[in-house]
Write a protein that binds this ligand. Structure first.
Ligand code: SF4
Length: 372
C-alpha cells in the first residue's frame, strides 16, 4: 500500500521508488503518454536526514530547501513504500520486470541497508539487479559482497565528467567532500569484481563540460569495457543549478550519436574534429555508416542496465525531461516519425561534410554484448 511520508520511516524497512515504478507495480494509477513495455524498477534509500552530500545540481542535495522526504530526485516525486510491500509486488509482477536497481545515497547506514534490501529481494525475485553505488561508503570487499548477494551490475554516478567540474560541483560546495579519485577507485574495483560491461558511469550532459571532455571519457571507458550512460542535465528548482540551462537538443542528439559510434563502431578520438572551445565540429566517417546508425534509432534509446535478454532493462521514462517536453531519450525504439524529428534536431549536414573522409584504421575493441 502506498503511504504518505511519515516521520522516521527509514531504510531498510522503507524505500522510495520512482513514479514510473509505482505505476508498473500498481502502487499508483497512471499511464505513460506513449504505449510501451516498461519493467525497470528503481528504488532509492530513505533516511530522515537524507543524503550527506550536497551536489550543486541534485534534487536531494543537503542544502536544498525542504526535508529529504519532500525532495524530488531527477525532478519527479519518489513515493515512499514499505520494503516488504515492494518485494511482494515485485514477486507478483515479476514476469513483467526487466531490471531492478537500488540507488544508494551517501549515508552511514547505506551499505548495511543496501545489503539487507538485496537479501529481501533475492529471497523472492530473480530479475537482474543493479546497485547505483555511493562510492564514499564502499570498499572492494563491500562491492564483492553486493555481487555475492546477487547484484550483477553496478552504476557509478560520476555525473561531472572532468575533475575540475567534479571538484566545483561536488567537492568545493557547502557540504561537499566527494573525491574524484575515490569515484575512480570504485570504478576500477567494480570493473575487477563485476567484469566487462558490468559497470557503468552515469554521465550528465550540460553541467559545463565540453563535447571533447565527453568523447574523451566515452573512449576511456569503452577501452576498459565500461559503459557510459548518458543523462541530460535537468535543473531541479531551488538547487544551486536551478537556473542553469539544459543542453540544447542539437548538442544532446549529437552526443548520443557520438557515444553510440564510440561504443558500437569502435570510433576513437581520431574520428572526431573539435573547435577550439571543445565543441564537436565534424565526424570523420563515411556518411553511410553514420546514417545507418541514425536510422537504427538505437543511439537515441535511454541508456540503462540491460534486462536478462540483453535489451535495455532500466529505461527511466521522463528521467531527463518532463512529459510535456520533447523526448530527450526514448524508452522504446523511435518510430519513423520520431526519427524525422531526431534528424531535424541533429542537423547532420553541419558535422558531416561531404564528401566524408574515411577514418584511419585502428584497433576496434569488443562490442558491448547487448549491442553486438
Ligand atoms: S542504468 Fe538504471 S539500473 Fe543501471 S545503475 Fe543506472 S539507474 Fe541503476
Amino acid at each position: 500500500m502506498l503511504r504518505t511520508a511519515p516521520e522516521r520511516f527509514e531504510s531498510p524497512e522503507w524505500v522510495r521508488i520512482s513514479m514510473a515504478s509505482a505505476i508498473v507495480l500498481r502502487f499508483r494509477s497512471g499511464r505513460f503518454s506513449r504505449d510501451f513495455p516498461f519493467g525497470g524498477i528503481n528504488l532509492l534509500l530513505q533516511y530522515e536526514d537524507g543524503c550527506r552530500s550536497d551536489c550543486a545540481y541534485c534534487g536531494l542535495a543537503r542544502t536544498r530547501p525542504g526535508t529529504y522526504t519532500e525532495k524530488s530526485f531527477i525532478r519527479v516525486d519518489w513515493p515512499l513504500v514499505s520494503t516488504d510491500d515492494l518485494v511482494e509486488r515485485m514477486a507478483r509482477y515479476e514476469s513483467a520486470l526487466t531490471r531492478l536497481c537500488i540507488s544508494m545515497v551517501t549515508h552511514g547506514r547505506a551499505y548495511a541497508d543496501t545489503c539487507e534490501i538485496i537479501r529481501r529481494i533475492r529471497r523472492r525475485v530473480q530479475t537482474p539487479l543493479s546497485v547505483l553505488v555511493a562510492p564514499p561508503t564502499l570498499t572492494r570487499e563491500r562491492l564483492q559482497h553486493f555481487k555475492d548477494l546477487g547484484a550483477d551490475m553496478i552504476g557509478v554516478g560520476l555525473d561531472a565528467v572532468t575533475e575540475s567540474l567534479f571538484r566545483r560541483l561536488r567537492t568545493d560546495v557547502p557540504a561537499g567532500g566527494l573525491r574524484w579519485s575515490n569515484y575512480w577507485q570504485v570504478i576500477s574495483w567494480g570493473r575487477e569484481v563485476f567484469g566487462p560491461w558490468k559497470v557503468n558511469c552515469h554521465t550528465l550532459v550540460g553541467l559545463g563540460e565540453s563535447d571533447r571532455d565527453l568523447v574523451e571519457l566515452f573512449v576511456r571507458l569503452r577501452d576498459r569495457q565500461i559503459y557510459a550512460y548518458l543523462f541530460s542535465f535537468n535543473p531541479e528548482p531551488d538547487s544551486r543549478m536551478g537556473l542553469h540551462p539544459k543542453a540544447p537538443l542539437t548538442r544532446w542528439r549529437r552526443i548520443q550519436l557520438v557515444k553510440f559510434l564510440v561504443e558500437t563502431e569502435g570510433f576513437g578520438m581520431e574520428h572526431f574534429r573539435f573547435h577550439e572551445d571543445g565543441t564537436l565540429a565534424a565526424i570523420a566517417a563515411p556518411r553511410a555508416l553514420v546514417e545507418q546508425a541514425v536510422s537504427s534509432g538505437l543511439p537515441f534509446l535511454t541508456n540503462g542496465c540491460p534486462g536478462a535478454d540483453g535489451r535495455p532493462g532500466c529505461t527511466r521514462p521522463y528521467g531527463s525531461y518532463r512529459p510535456s517536453e520533447p523526448f530527450r531519450d526514448y524508452p522504446f525504439v523511435p518510430t519513423p516519425e520520431d526519427l524525422q524529428v531526431i534528424r531535424a534536431q541533429l542537423a547532420l549536414d553541419e558535422i558531416l561534410p561531404s564528401p566524408a573522409t574515411t577514418p584511419a584504421g585502428g584497433p576496434v575493441p569488443s562490442r558491448p554484448p547487448e549491442l553486438g
